[in-house]
Design a protein around this ligand. Structure first.
Ligand SMILES: *Cc1c(COP(=O)(O)O)cnc(C)c1O
Length: 383
């Protein structure tokens, strides 16, 4: 019953071999830049490509500062620290995300609160967020948001732009402002996606990116913190061992992290960033073809929200129910066309079993139905 999908995907990629969900593509200046770091011997934690990658990313996204780090999880960890998250505090996020979002909250000693997502964006729902806060929180005389039941401080809110589709940013910005919550965008999946013409990751107090091997561009492993000038400078300091600048002395003014992105990886990143616009354009072309293929079918293809330009990092379909989803996963994977169900909800993981959560009807509905389908850039569509 999924034969037409399988042959459609094979046609797009022009192969009878295994088709992965998302493979990186290196057809720009990657080899040249990486070889350059080896020739210069500057392969490690300082080097010209790190500075250039940060400058280029700031210019691309329109963020005042961009600070390169070892991976997206580290970027989230530092962003939450800089948002002021302290042990024992609460951080609101969505249960429908990759585990890294919640791990970063745990690294800060904070507790996640899981709030439902919207069905059209798969991102944190501003309406569900406002409802939960109205019911469970109050604004104290000191202006801080605390839970009514046990007086826990609610410090921050971390929406995630799922599969590259921007969440309801205007709604979230407004609820966070009203409740004095620091907005930290997990934009790991959405580099190149725009919300009302502006890059995701630049709306919150801080935003984070990932350049893992499966993301829209890769540095092998890597991440970035997007922030304003002051927090950006703090992020750079904290992620580079908190060393006080000096020509030869080693003095550090706080417990810092060695989260520096090696120059070798940054070189790959500079070359990949040069390709990003053509990657996004090629991914959008593939998404258009998928949308056409699924028109009138039982599977509903996930398209970008209104007033957004999505990078279509991972294409996704919504099945009618769980048994159709299982049949789709079985048929495609057995035919060498890789597909994958969406993540198990974070509140189902054993170590979050007792976490606070609002009602999660949409997250549960989507968890049972969403499947990712092959989404690698098709080289022939790259212009
Ligand atoms: C990829 C990803 C991250 C970061 O992952 P790293 O592998 O640490 O770079 C964080 N959040 C989400 C939602 C992701 O998809």
């Amino acid at each position: 019953m999924f034969e037409s999908l399988i042959s459609f995907v094979r046609e797009q990629y022009g192969t009878n071999e295994f088709i992965p969900l998302h493979a990186p593509l290196f057809q720009g200046r990657e080899r040249e830049y990486v070889a350059d770091t080896i020739e210069s011997t500057f392969v490690s934690s300082v080097g010209a490509y790190v500075d250039r990658f940060e400058r280029d990313m700031a210019a691309y996204t329109g963020s005042p500062r961009a600070v390169a780090v070892v991976n997206g999880t580290a970027a989230l960890h530092v962003a939450l620290k800089l948002a002021g998250v302290q042990p024992g505090e609460l951080v609101i996020t969505q249960p429908l995300t990759f585990v890294a979002t919640c791990n970063a909250i745990a690294y800060c000693g904070a507790e996640p609160v899981f709030i439902d997502v919207d069905r059209d964006t798969l991102g944190l729902s501003a309406v569900a967020l406002a409802q939960w806060l109205d019911e469970h929180a109050r604004l104290d005389t000191d202006g801080q948001c605390r839970t009514k039941a046990d007086g826990k401080l609610v410090r921050a809110c971390v929406p995630m732009h799922t599969f590259g589709h921007p969440a309801d940013i205007d709604g979230l910005v407004s609820v966070c402002a009203q409740w004095n919550l620091a907005l930290v965008e997990d934009a790991a999946e959405s580099l190149g996606s725009l919300y009302k013409g502006r890059h995701t990751g630049t709306f919150g107090l801080l935003g984070t990116l990932s350049f893992n091997g499966n993301k829209v561009i890769t540095t092998g492993g890597g991440g970035m913190v997007l922030a304003g000038e002051a927090l950006g400078a703090r992020a750079k300091h904290l992620t580079t061992t908190a060393k006080i600048p000096h020509p030869y002395e080693y003095v550090h003014d706080e417990v810092g992290y060695n989260y520096r992105l090696p120059n070798l990886n940054a070189a790959l990143g500079c070359a990949q960033l040069e390709m990003l616009d053509s990657f996004v354009q090629a991914k959008r072309e593939l998404a258009e073809r998928y949308a056409e293929h699924f028109r009138g079918s039982e599977l509903s293809f996930l398209t970008e929200p209104e007033e957004c330009r999505s990078n279509y990092w991972l294409n996704a379909v919504i099945c009618q129910d769980g048994s159709q989803r299982d049949a789709l996963l079985k048929a495609t994977n057995e035919s060498g066309v890789m597909t994958r169900p969406i993540w198990a909800l974070m509140n189902r993981l054993a170590f979050h079993a007792n976490a606070r959560a609002g009602a999660l009807p949409n997250a549960h509905w989507l968890e049972e139905r969403v499947v990712n389908i092959p989404s690698s850039v098709i080289p022939g569509l790259c212009r």
